[in-house]
Design a protein around this ligand. Structure first.
Ligand code: FE2
Ligand code: FE2
Length: 183
């Protein structure tokens, strides 16, 4: 799996994947959840992100991958549609929890599973992330007794701020996730 992913990703993205897996393992131990499944989901979450536009087009066509019209307008989300297929077709992994975490790591959704949440937090806070908000949240992940939902909510809050400041489109699933967690 290690060698195969290394062949699919650029160096920086591969390092990000290792960092995400390590952070996710830390979270899985902390919140007492399946460490192995969490590690695999986190490690492979961006497995198709370095596809060229042409490769992505061919991949989408080959597997008949469907996107909702809103997602079609948000290129940052495209790899979350192709990556679960990558996990299945290229790595032979069919576990529903793993596929769900890979699928939901960018836009999120109202009903996030436990692995979904851990990968979501790990993706944003792993040690290669240098953005101010990632550094701040990394401290929260490591030092506090905060619940997993609190960590997720804080990551989401920062992502929303970034999207609003950049006047970016926000997918409805992200808004639904916010409404679910902020209650
Ligand atoms: Fe991603
Ligand atoms: Fe990522």
């Amino acid at each position: 799996m290690y060698a195969k992913l290394m062949g699919l990703l650029k160096k920086k993205r591969f390092e990000h994947s290792v960092g995400t897996a390590k952070t996710a393992v830390y979270l899985a131990r902390k919140y007492k959840y399946d460490v192995k499944k969490t590690a695999v989901a986190a490690f492979l979450h961006d497995c198709t992100k370095d596809f060229t536009a042409e490769q992505t087009r061919a991949f989408v066509k080959k597997y008949g991958i469907k996107m909702d019209p809103q997602s079609e307008k948000i290129p940052a989300l495209w790899h979350s549609y192709t990556a679960p297929y990558g996990v299945e077709k290229m790595f032979g992994i069919h576990d529903k929890e793993i596929l769900s975490a890979v699928r939901n790591h960018t836009a999120g959704c109202a009903k996030m599973g436990v692995i979904d949440k851990m990968v979501y937090v790990a993706d944003y806070t792993e040690y290669n992330r240098e953005h101010k908000s990632s550094v701040k949240l990394r401290r929260m992940v490591k030092n506090s007794k905060k619940s997993l939902d609190t960590l997720v909510l804080n990551v989401l809050q920062n992502k929303l701020k970034y999207m609003i400041d950049g006047k970016k489109i926000i997918h409805i699933s992200t808004i639904e996730m916010w409404n679910e967690l902020s209650r």
